[in-house]
Design a protein around this ligand. Structure first.
Ligand SMILES: *[C@@H]1O[C@H](CO)[C@@H](O)[C@H](O)[C@H]1NC(C)=O
Length: 323
C-alpha cells in the first residue's frame, strides 16, 4: 500500500498514473497462489484426463429438461449430480437412477468430455436388469454446445436422448459450459493419523477441517506431538519430496519434523512413511497457532494441509497450572 502511494505521489504526469496503477494491480493478481487443494464441498466433481480437478459444485442439482415428442408426450429431466427422471402425463414419473458419489463422475474419451452414471432407478418392468439394479442412466457431458443445434440456451441443454428397447437404460447427451480445470491433483495420496487412514488428505485432496484454521480441529496445549502417515500409489511414489512447514505467527511455537516422511523417504500404499510433528509451546496465546505442512510433488500441485495447535494455560492431572 505504501509503495503504491509513493509511486502515485511522485508520478510526473497525471496521465501515467492510472497506467501504473493498472500495472501494479496486474502484478498483484499474478502472484502465484499457493492455495490448499481442498476437497470440493459436494460430490459433484471429477478430474480431467490430465488429473486436474474439475469442480461442478455450482451446477449440482441444476435441472435440464428435454421434451420428447411421440405418441405420448413426456419430459426427460436430468438433475446434474442428483438424478434422472422421465415425467409424462400418462406414465407418471419413471426414475432412471441416482448419482451416489464422485466415483460415478468419470473422464470421457474423444467426443465426450465427462460421463455421469446413475443407478438404482425404478425396478418395475426391469426386474431382469443386472443384479436387479433397476433403471440406469448415463449422461454424456460435452463442454460447449450441442452439435445438432437443437438448443441455443447458453446455460446448456440436452441434445439427444436414447433408450434401450425395454426402457431400462437411457443415454443422454448434455452440452453445458464446463468449469475451468483446477489444480493438478496427485491422486491416490493419503495422509492420516493411522497407517491405513486418510482423515487429513484423501486421494490427493485435503479434507475439510484441515484446509484452513479450525478451532474445532485443534490439537490441545498438552499434546506435544502428532504422527501422520503418508501413502502414495507405488508407481508414482518417488515424485514425493521432503515436507516443509510454515507457522503463523512465526514465533512462539517450535515445530520439528522427524520420522521417515521428514527425510523424504518414498511412501507407498503398502509401506506408508511416518511424519512426526513435534511441537513445543514457547509463547502462550489465546488464539491457536496455524501450522501449514506442504509436501512437494514433482509435476503436481503440492499436497498442503493445516494443523491447528493451541498453546494456552491448561490444568494437568494433578491440578497444577502448566504451559
Ligand atoms: C496456511 O494456509 C492457509 C490456507 O491456504 C493460508 O490462508 C495461510 O495464509 C497459510 N499460512 C501460512 C503461515 O503460510
Amino acid at each position: 500500500m505504501l509503495v503504491k502511494r509513493s509511486i502515485f505521489a511522485s508520478c510526473p504526469l497525471d496521465a501515467f498514473c492510472p497506467f501504473i496503477i493498472v500495472l501494479l494491480a496486474a502484478a498483484y493478481i499474478h502472484v502465484p497462489a499457493t492455495a490448499i487443494v481442498a476437497v470440493p464441498s459436494s460430490h459433484c466433481y471429477t478430474f480431467d484426463s490430465d488429473s486436474h480437478l474439475v469442480d461442478f459444485t455450482h451446477l449440482a442439482g441444476k435441472n435440464f429438461e428435454y421434451n420428447e415428442e411421440g405418441s405420448v408426450t413426456s419430459d426427460l429431466v436430468v438433475q446434474l449430480c442428483k438424478d434422472v427422471q422421465r415425467r409424462s402425463q400418462a406414465g407418471g414419473f419413471i426414475d432412471f437412477g441416482r448419482f451416489t458419489n464422485h466415483r460415478s463422475f468419470e473422464t470421457g474419451s474423444k467426443l465426450v468430455d465427462y460421463i455421469q452414471r446413475f443407478h438404482n432407478g425404478d425396478l418395475a418392468k426391469c426386474e431382469t436388469t443386472f443384479e436387479e439394479m433397476g433403471r440406469t442412466a448415463q449422461v454424456n457431458i460435452m463442454c460447449g454446445r450441442c452439435s445438432n443445434k437443437v438448443c441455443k440456451d447458453e446455460h446448456g441443454c440436452i441434445c439427444r436422448v436414447s433408450y434401450d428397447e425395454r426402457m431400462c437404460r437411457t443415454v443422454v447427451e448434455l452440452a453445458i459450459p464446463c468449469p475451468k480445470r483446477g489444480p493438478r491433483v496427485f491422486k491416490g495420496f493419503t495422509v492420516g493419523f493411522h497407517p491405513r487412514s486418510s482423515e487429513v488428505v484423501y486421494n490427493g485432496l485435503t479434507q475439510l477441517g484441515f484446509e484452513q484454521l479450525h478451532h474445532g480441529f485443534s490439537f490441545p496445549s498438552e499434546q506435544i506431538h502428532v504422527s501422520l502417515y503418508l501413502s502414495a500409489m507405488s508407481s508414482l511414489a518417488d515424485l514425493v519430496g521432503k515436507p516443509t512447514i510454515r507457522v503463523n505467527p512465526m514465533k512462539g511455537l517450535d515445530v520439528m519434523l522427524t520420522g521417515s516422511g521428514a527425510n523424504g523417504a518414498v511412501p507407498t500404499a503398502l509401506s506408508p512413511t511416518v511424519l512426526n510433528v513435534n511441537w513445543i509451546c514457547e509463547i502462550i496465546r489465546s488464539n491457536p497457532y496455524v501450522v501449514n505442512v506442504s509436501i512437494p510433488v514433482v509435476g503436481y500441485d503440492p499436497i498442503e494441509f493445516t494443523l491447528t495447535k493451541e498453546c494456552g494455560w491448561f490444568y494437568s492431572d494433578n491440578h497444577q497450572l502448566c504451559i
